[in-house]
Design a protein around this ligand. Structure first.
Ligand code: SF4
Length: 330
């Protein structure tokens, strides 16, 4: 017996899956209002779109927090800000040897991507030189895609990263332009956008995503997705707020699992060919629904640990990918 999906899902199927066009704003708004009972069909459609445009291989990434805490900025979700009393103790930047050991470990864990993250507004000359030296060392030894997340960057800094062999630069917009000032006041959405535009201009891959469940409205989530469509990043990491004690967002509730899954699926339909990566907060938000999360349009995953929170073990994640019939991108 053939069942007919909700008319909005049928429109999305025809536009995205069959014609290869991204969901536009009107369609995204309709998808955001789908009754909960239609969400399983939405997830199945997003999974089919992922398979058609991204294939069946999942990109596995490990993050490396190369300079922890002590950040001057006030992002309200972040326990690495020096402005909030959190349990994160600031540590200096790692040595080049430290970067290399972490990259070797990431490779041994089965990751194909290694992302160096530092808790700063933007890198000092000394920090940038350290990162560039570390990237050269890693690239000389290991077949890893190397990404960096260094905050706000100038053009000369981006050129230095390019020269060092960096493959991808992460800088998250985090949310909509409208909601961003409720998340951070020490720098602006436009400053983030300017860095991303420069990264794109120089041909480095752009990794840009955000955090869902910070108190934003549904409209903000749609604005965020339409901004990402304009930017057209190679990768979109999707995090769900894991409220950190001591931060201004520390008492926020976790996102409802169905809304988390709905957003992953909407991101896939908005950006059919991007690497949509299932990132931080997935365990606490989805709990036993991790498998469904990976069947909602994601084409990549970050292994725990994240920057300041742990995840579940690698064995659980690789067993999940195996169980779901995914390959792991080498
Ligand atoms: S998110 Fe980044 S820029 Fe913002 S406080 Fe945390 S480390 Fe600093």
């Amino acid at each position: 017996m053939t069942t007919v999906s909700h008319p909005t899902i049928e429109r999305a199927r025809e536009r995205v899956l069959e014609r290869g066009l991204p969901a536009d704003r009107v369609l995204l708004e309709e998808l955001s209002r789908l009754p909960d009972g239609a969400v399983p069909d939405l997830l199945a459609l997003a999974d089919a779109v992922r398979e058609r445009f991204c294939g069946n291989a999942i990109a596995v990434e490990v993050l490396y927090n190369a300079k922890k805490g002590g950040c001057s900025e006030d992002c309200n979700f972040c326990s690495q800000s020096a402005r909030f009393a959190t349990d994160v103790e600031a540590e200096p930047v790692s040595s080049v040897e430290g970067f290399l050991l972490a990259a070797r470990e990431a490779h041994a864990r089965g990751a194909s991507e290694f992302c160096v993250v530092v808790a700063v507004r933007g890198p000092s000359t000394k920090l940038l030189e350290r990162v560039c030296e570390a990237v050269r060392t890693i690239k000389a030894e290991l077949p890893l895609t190397v990404a960096v997340s260094l905050g706000i960057l100038r053009e000369d800094q981006i050129l230095a990263l390019l020269e060092a062999g960096v493959d991808k630069v992460n800088h998250n917009l985090e949310t909509s332009r409208r909601y961003f000032p409720s998340v951070c006041t020490t720098h602006s959405y436009d400053e983030r956008w300017a860095t991303l535009a420069l990264v794109k201009k120089h041909g480095l891959d752009v990794c840009c995503g955000g955090i869902i469940g910070m108190g934003e409205e549904i409209e903000d989530r749609i604005d965020f997705l339409t901004s990402l469509q304009l930017l057209d990043p190679e990768e979109v990491p999707i995090n769900f707020l894991n409220p950190r004690p001591g931060t201004p967002f520390g008492d926020r509730s976790l996102l409802e699992p169905i809304e988390a899954l709905r957003f992953v699926a909407m991101a896939r339909l908005a950006l059919p060919r991007a690497l949509v990566r299932f990132a931080g907060g997935r365990e606490v938000t989805l709990q036993g629904l991790q498998d469904l999360g990976m069947r909602s349009g994601a084409s990549g995953i970050v292994l725990g640990n994240y920057l300041t929170t742990s995840g579940r073990g690698d064995n659980d994640d690789f067993a999940m990918l195996d169980r779901l019939g995914f390959e792991v991108l080498a």
